[in-house]
Design a protein around this ligand. Structure first.
Ligand code: IMP
Ligand code: MG
Length: 178
């Protein structure tokens, strides 16, 4: 098994770029079906979602808008629990069908805060699409309507996800090797 080293940790490929593209096509087909003629506003959560957003958008054939927001809460391999404020949401979302695009739902605290922040702005509907779910770590209930992969409680990097700032550029997803 070929491994790579990022900072102090070894990582091995767990989800290949082909598998990622295949599952993103499936998720896009679900969104194309559910949002036909609805013109949803996709909101990508930076930084981690940028590759997922790009590949998902290329597979959407419906009319849609895209905007990006940002939180910063993650340091190293453990969530700090301090979720910062949402920044970057400049347009009105009132009456819009919103699809939040996230890289991974881990503890769920980020998505919980996101919902808490945007629900009072009166969108018509809100759904979450996350590339990855790590259900073992959920601390608050969050309903994720669309997801590509569900993984066990392991730290991953690549395809937008980082380990202390590195690894976002990797085209495959890697698991930390014990
Ligand atoms: P939360 O714990 O659900 O709030 O997740 C917050 C953020 O932590 C995610 O959006 C990711 O950016 C990051 N994150 C969670 N798990 C991992 C992981 O395994 N690798 C890299 N980043 C992660
Ligand atoms: Mg994220």
């Amino acid at each position: 098994m070929s491994t790579i080293k990022i900072h102090d940790k070894l990582f091995a490929v767990s989800i290949t770029q082909n598998m990622i593209q295949e599952e993103i096509k499936r998720v896009a087909a679900e969104i194309n079906r559910d949002y036909k003629n609805k013109r949803p506003l996709m909101i990508g959560v930076l930084n981690g979602s940028f590759m997922f957003v790009a590949d998902l958008m290329k597979n959407l054939n419906i009319e849609c808008n895209i905007s990006f927001v940002k939180f910063s809460s993650y340091e190293g391999t453990e969530t700090t629990g301090n979720i910062n404020q949402l920044i970057g949401l400049t347009e009105s979302i009132e009456g819009r069908d919103i699809i939040i695009l996230e890289d991974i739902v881990d503890t769920g605290l980020t998505m919980h805060k996101m919902l808490e922040t945007i629900t009072p702005l009166n969108p018509k509907s809100i759904a979450i699409a996350s590339l990855i779910l790590k259900p073992a770590r959920l601390k608050v209930p969050v309903y994720v309507k669309y997801s590509a992969f569900t993984i066990p409680d392991r730290f991953i990097v690549g395809y937008g996800l980082d380990y202390d700032g590195l690894g976002r550029n990797l085209p495959d997803i890697y698991d930390a090797v014990e």
